[in-house]
Design a protein around this ligand. Sequence first.
Ligand code: ZN
Length: 242
Amino acid sequence: MPYLILSDVHANQEALEAVLKDASGLYDRVLCLGDLVGYGADPNYVAEWMRQNVAAVIRGNHDKVCVGLDPLEVYNPAARASAEWTRAALSPENFAYLEGLPRGPLRFDNFDLVHGSPADEDEYLIHAGDVESLRDWLDAPLTFFGHTHVQGGFLLTRGGIRRIFPGMEPILQLEPDHYYLINPGSVGQPRDMNPRAAYAIYTPEVRTVEFRRARYNVARAADKILEAGLPPSLAARLHEGT
Ligand code: ZN
């Protein structure tokens, strides 16, 4: 039973639709690692789609700040403006849905879902050094994480930690006795210099994770951000993949 693993959709309808089209026929169930909203111009569309389609989902930091569970002050001006705009734009039903999202880690089957890291939902796992101290926190051999918007992740062996680069290993074979932290990348705001929407397909039966990218109508998503009166930098970064 393959899973479609989504993260950091960030209210980007065009990117989500392109991923679903690209992944069509490849998965049975959908899992989401948080940051459904914030930055993008379609928070209601994305929240509603998640409500109807995900088997499991956890909250991200932007979901929290958009519904007032986190203070606005810790965010940069563009993120703050988008959080305030999103808060006003959300329907009462979608607001309540986001408010009620569970915090990670969430155990699903025999693997874990987290937004930032297993130790802290708001922590960024960027370098191998960020991961070393997590050995004691890892409950499952496989953990999916998001938050950095960078597709890939880390392999932990007894000997050390290795970064996983999707460009070199588009289909990752999971070996027994190793621990994996896997990031599907961001659907709605990739930051790895590749503007295409990122996601992953996990197939437990054959123990593979496939890293995939889908082209989408970036110009349309960016135009909607401008039309909504959101900061232009949020539109520009979609074109750049930053
Ligand atoms: Zn995010």
